[in-house]
Design a protein around this ligand. Sequence first.
Ligand SMILES: *Cc1c(COP(=O)(O)O)cnc(C)c1O
Length: 444
Amino acid sequence: MSDIPQERRVVTAIPGPKSQELQQRRLAAVAAGVGSTLPVFTARVDRGIIEDVDGNRLIDFGSGIAVTSVGASAEAVVRRASAQLQEFTHTCFMVTPYEGYVEVAEALAELTPGDHAKKSALFNSGAEAVENAVKIARAYTKRQAVIVFDHGYHGRTNLTMALTSKNMPYKQGFGPFAPEVYRVPVAYGYRWPTGAENAGPEAAAQAIDQITKQVGADNVAAIIIEPVLGEGGFIEPAKGFLPAIRQFAADNGIVFVADEIQSGFCRTGQWFACEDEGIVPDLITTAKGIAGGLPLAAVTGKAEIMDAAHAGGLGGTYGGNPVACAGALGAIETMKELDLNAKAKEIESTMKARLTAMQEKFPAIGEIRGRGAMIAIELVTDPATKEPDPAAAAALAKACHAEGLLVLTCGTYGNVLRFLPPLVIGQDLLNEGLDIIENAFAAL
Ligand SMILES: *Cc1c(COP(=O)(O)O)cnc(C)c1O
């Protein structure tokens, strides 16, 4: 288990000479289509610090894209996964099952919203979970159409590319895409033409009108939405939007799927972000934060829906790997023991207070949004026109990286800086990271 002093340390240029050497090897051996935010090669990670091969210690505001919420070397994850490694690495749950898989399914039934009977199926990646949610919804409803939303992101496989809104870099040149996917408006308050206060009801009315007029509610198997849109720019659908869409699904026999792959598992200060508006989804997809960095994903939902697919229709060689399941049980244990929902809320209040103060000085910050430890700022050239400023986002990220703070960008317009610190980050590192962001703005 890593035990690194929780202090930033920059001892070389970033990336340093050893990272640059590895980067040369990587460029020769790894496909160009696989990018990296920052070509700093990792040596060890502990809580809020990533130590690189040159001995630099970076503050982590990325968590490997919202994955290592409990840290990337959490004691309970390492302990349980190591113990499982000693016993067996794999049998394939579809050949001879094991208890860890069942325990994860039981934990998901307990933690996800709603007190109905629930079942789960486990997979390896978020995209795979979303694909399987569609398979299950189609088997249950005997319908084909799938509704998704503007700015939505659901993965990089063929079906999930079709479900994803943004062309570049996710879809460009990779078509044709899967059919029977229809995209409708989402309540993006900051950019809603008649103002944020109208976005919820107006966007819901438009979305429902498009579904009924263009697709036909009776043809729709599933409506899939991220309760806080992740890659699209940490967009929180304006109040009232999610309940209206959820109700429309219920009224029309449509399976409502909450894609909580990024927003779930304490990230927003709740076990799941849809709890904030009292939404109980029919199915929920999870991955990322679920297993402390080990590859695991799940579809969890109403038992009668989950049981609609015939035996053998769901699964995969590695789905619910025993080491990943042990990691998930360790991650969930850590979330409960350290009350990481409360930690996420503390991170939110620290970040929002500091960012709000910065917004008064730096008009490029058009909006501060998000919940818990899923916070973003949308950058604009002018707050009056709200013209997206992707160059500012890139420049700020670059300036932060040079100082040893790892931040990520996102958003349909590439103009959003997003902050996803591990929930176990210390308050000092959090504040130091915010100092670096503030200095980067001042230098912009
Ligand atoms: C990351 C993400 C996915 C895809 O997960 P992978 O593990 O990368 O396949 C799907 N949906 C959402 C909301 C995500 O953030």
